[in-house]
Write a protein that binds this ligand. Structure first.
Ligand code: NDP
Length: 327
C-alpha cells in the first residue's frame, strides 16, 4: 500500500538542538507491543499509520521485545515489506546498554559491547546504518571517553549518522558533550524519561541541553499509559499494567493515584483534550524538548495522541492547576 501523499502536511518538525536533524514533534517508540509476544499485524498497522501521519522517527533498542531483539526483527520485516522505498525518509534509532548476551561483554558501555551490539542490531533490522545510535545508560565502571569513542567510531564506520545518550544525568551529560565535541562527532540527542510523574530532568539536565544546543526526545511522556484515560476507572485486562511482561506494575495504580489522574483529566477536559493529549502538550511546552516519544498498543491511541498537537499552548493558570494536583 502506498503511503499517504499528504503525510508531510500533518505535523510540525522540530530541530534537534542546533543540529541539522529535524524530528517529528511526536515520535513512535517500539519498546512494547512490537515483540515476538505481540501480534505482528497490529504493530505493522501502528507503524504504517504513524508514517502516514507524518511520523518519520522510530525508536528502537537492542533489547526491545520480548524476546530481546524481536522488536528490531519485526521492524526490519515491516521496513522490507512496506517501507523499502522510503529509507531516506526515516530516522531509525537503536541503543545498547542493557543486557543482551551472557558474559562480561553483553551489557553496559565498553567499546567491545557497543560496537558488537550495533552490528547485531543492523543485522536484525537488515539495515546498513541507523540514523541515531545511543549509549542506553551511563556505565559507572567504564571510562566515559571509551563509551563516547565507541559512538564516534560507529559514525566513522558509516554504521550510524548521529549519536545520542540516554538516562545520563546533567553532570554526565556535560562531560559527554565535551568529549564528543572534541571528537567532532557532536551529541545530537539525549533521551531522558520525562513526564508529569518524572521531573528529574528539570534538575539541571534540560538546562544543559538547551544551553549546549543538544536535542531532547523524552521517553514515557504518558508515564507508560498512567497519564491517559486507561486507568481512570479500573485496570483494563489488556493494559500494560495488567500484562505480565510490562514494566508498569498494577500496584502503581493506587486509589490515591487514580484520584489524582481524575483531577488531571478534568483539567484536560476543560481544555477540550484527553489526559494523554494534555500529558504530551505538557512535555512539549519545555523549550529544550524536541520530540515526545510515545508508545501505542493500537492505532487509535496513536491517532488520539497526535491530536495533542492541535492545542499545545498551556496557560499559566493551567500549569499552576497541574502543579497543585501533582503537589
Ligand atoms: P508512553 O508513556 O507513551 O506509554 C505508552 C503506553 O501508554 C502505550 O503502550 C499504551 O499502553 C498507553 N497509551 C498510549 N497512548 C494512549 C492513549 N491515547 N490512551 C490510552 N492509553 C494510551 O511511552 P512508553 O513507556 O511506551 O515509552 C515510549 C518509548 O520511549 C518506548 O517505546 C521507547 O522507544 C522509549 N523508551 C526509552 C527508554 C530508555 O531507557 N531510553 C525506556 C523506556 C522507553 P497499553 O498497553 O496500556 O495500551
Amino acid at each position: 500500500m502506498a503511503p499517504a501523499p499528504d503525510r508531510y502536511e500533518q505535523l510540525p518538525y522540530r530541530r534537534a538542538g542546533r543540529s541539522g536533524l529535524l524530528l517529528p514533534t511526536i515520535s513512535l517508540g517500539l519498546w512494547h507491543n512490537f515483540g515476538s509476544v505481540d501480534p505482528f499485524d497490529v504493530g505493522r498497522a501502528i507503524v504504517l499509520r504513524a508514517f502516514d501521519l507524518g511520523i518519520t522517527h522510530f525508536d528502537l533498542a537492542n533489547n526491545y521485545g520480548p524476546e530481546p531483539g524481536s522488536a528490531e526483527e519485526n521492524f526490519g520485516r515491516i521496513l522490507r515489506r512496506d517501507l523499502r522505498a522510503h529509507r531516506d525518509e526515516l530516522v531509525i534509532s537503536s541503543k545498547a546498554g542493557y543486557r543482551m548476551w551472557p558474559g562480561p561483554y553483553g551489557e553496559w558501555g565498553s567499546r567491545k559491547y557497543l560496537l558488537s551490539s550495533l552490528d547485531a542490531s543492523l543485522k536484525r533490522m537488515r539495515l546498513d546504518y541507523v540514523d541515531v545510535f545511543y549509549s542506553h545508560r551511563p556505565d559507572p565502571d567504564t571510562p566515559l571517553e571509551e563509551t563516547m569513542l565507541a559512538l564516534d567510531q560507529a559514525v566513522r564506520l558509516g554504521k550510524a549518522l548521529y549519536v545520542g545518550i540516554s538516562n545520563y544525568d546533567a553532570e554526565q551529560t556535560t562531560r559527554a558533550i565535551a568529549i564528543l565535541r572534541e571528537l567532532r562527532t557532536p551529541l545530537v540527542l539525549h533521551q531522558p524519561k520525562y513526564s508529569m510523574y518524572e521531573r528529574s530532568p528539570e534538575r539541571g539536565l534540560l538546562e544543559v541541553l538547551e544551553r549546549e544546543g543538544v536535542g531532547c526526545i523524552v521517553f514515557s511522556p504518558l508515564a507508560q499509559g498512567l497519564l491517559s484515560s486507561r486507568y481512570l476507572r479500573d485496570l483494563p485486562e489488556d493494559s500494560r499494567a495488567a500484562k505480565p511482561h510490562g514494566y508498569l506494575e498494577a500496584s502503581a495504580v493506587t486509589a490515591e493515584r487514580r484520584a489524582q489522574l481524575n483531577r488531571l483529566d478534568a483539567i484536560a477536559r476543560a481544555r477540550g483534550q484527553t489526559l494523554a493529549q494534555l500529558a504530551i502538550a505538557w512535555v512539549l511546552r519545555h523549550p529544550a524538548v524536541t520530540s515526545a516519544l510515545v508508545g501505542a498498543s493500537r492505532v487509535s491511541q496513536l491517532e488520539e495522541n497526535l491530536v495533542a498537537l492541535e492545542r499545545l499552548a498551556l496557560a499559566d493558570d493551567e500549569l499552576r492547576a497541574i502543579e497543585e494536583v501533582l503537589a
